[in-house]
Design a protein around this ligand. Structure first.
Ligand SMILES: *Cc1c(COP(=O)(O)O)cnc(C)c1O
Length: 351
């Protein structure tokens, strides 16, 4: 059989039990002890099913963690003390928090890079040990040219590791390992889980040596996933292709309408995915807009079936973000209802 199933099909079938006469889904195995095996070290069937499915979509060996930050901490743990890490200025606040924490403790030094500046990445490839890409970035949806950064890393005598936080694009939007990245990282809390009801993270790599070390980092740190969370995230993954396609279509439509609205500037939409970024005149107008929404939830986090919006500049950790900029996570509500809500809130905020 030389047919290669598409990602859409793999999301549905990967990680199913092989016994055709048994249950269609893996069991929820609440276990610490498995005979002489111990789940923190050896995993459980439920974790393995989720890891198999994500691995099949990203093209590598996956390791599940307690959260996206648990996965990120395992990646940072690969680096010897004194290493240099380059990270986008506009990366997820938690990632900058993790790296800043390691820098203050004297373990790492951090270089902040403008994500869209190819020359800055090329320079970073010459001085860093790890390039921590995120594309699109959270919250402003800036894009990193992943193949160009991989080429710069490969050409550099220092040969930094290239890690891509693929949370916003999802494995359906891009597969960074296929573009030459060493490790992919997800907060499965977001679009993979898809229902705002769990915390989970995962790393994926095609390098077996790195896979072993990431798993070892999980074993020694104890950042192990919850069994119910893993099972729910696998259930979420089954519908990711349809949720992603539907949210993308709605997001593209709303981004176009927002772009035409006189009160809105700086709409950013990367062409696929559930995330849109746009700006209102200032922080006060943006706060009035958030307060006036009736359907879209004014809430943090993203990637759920329900649409949410957040003004990230209101948080000290994202003080670099322009004050009127909003991060909009588009869910599965009817696009006509969403546009009604955005329209009435824009009118209320600018009245
Ligand atoms: C949320 C998020 C994380 C962290 O994941 P948690 O599951 O909250 O620990 C990492 N990267 C990005 C881009 C995120 O949005």
């Amino acid at each position: 059989m030389d047919h290669q199933f598409t990602p859409r099909t793999r999301a549905v079938i990967a990680g199913r039990p092989e016994d055709g006469h048994g249950p269609a889904n893996p069991p929820i195995t609440p276990a610490s002890s498995l005979g002489l095996r111990y789940s923190r070290e050896d995993g459980t069937d439920t974790w393995a099913a989720f890891e198999t499915a994500i691995g099949a979509l990203e093209g590598g060996t996956a390791t599940a963690f307690a959260s996206g930050m648990g996965a990120a901490a395992a990646v940072a743990d690969l680096l010897p003390s004194g290493s240099v890490v380059a990270v986008p200025v506009d990366s997820y606040a938690g990632t900058r928090g993790l790296l800043g924490h390691a820098e203050r403790a004297g373990r790492l030094s951090v270089v902040a890079v403008d994500p869209e500046d190819a020359a800055a990445w090329a320079a970073a490839a010459g001085e860093a040990d790890l390039l921590w890409l995120e594309s699109p970035t959270n919250p402003s949806l800036l894009l990193v040219d992943i193949p160009a950064v991989v080429a710069a890393a490969t050409a550099s005598p220092r040969r930094p590791l290239v890690v891509v936080d693929n949370t916003f694009a999802t494995p359906l939007g891009q597969q960074p390992l296929g573009l030459g990245a060493d490790i992919v990282l997800h907060s499965a809390t977001k679009m993979i889980g898809g229902h705002s009801d769990l915390l989970l993270g995962v790393t994926v790599t095609a390098d077996e040596g790195l896979a072993t070390r990431l798993r070892e980092a999980r074993t020694v740190s104890g950042a192990t996933p919850g069994v119910l969370e893993t099972w729910l995230a696998l259930r979420g993954l089954r519908t990711l292709p349809v949720r992603y396609a539907e949210a993308s279509a709605t997001a593209a439509d709303l981004a176009r309408r927002l772009d035409e609205h006189p009160a809105v500037v700086g709409v950013r939409y990367p062409g696929a995915g559930a995330m849109v970024s746009f700006e209102l005149a200032d922080g006060e107008v943006a706060d009035r807009f958030c307060a006036a929404l009736r359907l879209v939830r004014h809430a943090t986090s993203l990637g759920g079936v329900e649409s949410t919006v957040e003004r990230r500049a209101a948080r000290p950790v994202d003080a670099h973000v322009p004050p009127g900029r909003l991060r909009f996570s588009v869910g599965l509500e009817d696009p006509a209802d969403l546009w009604w809500d955005l329209g009435q809130a824009l009118a209320a905020a600018t009245a």
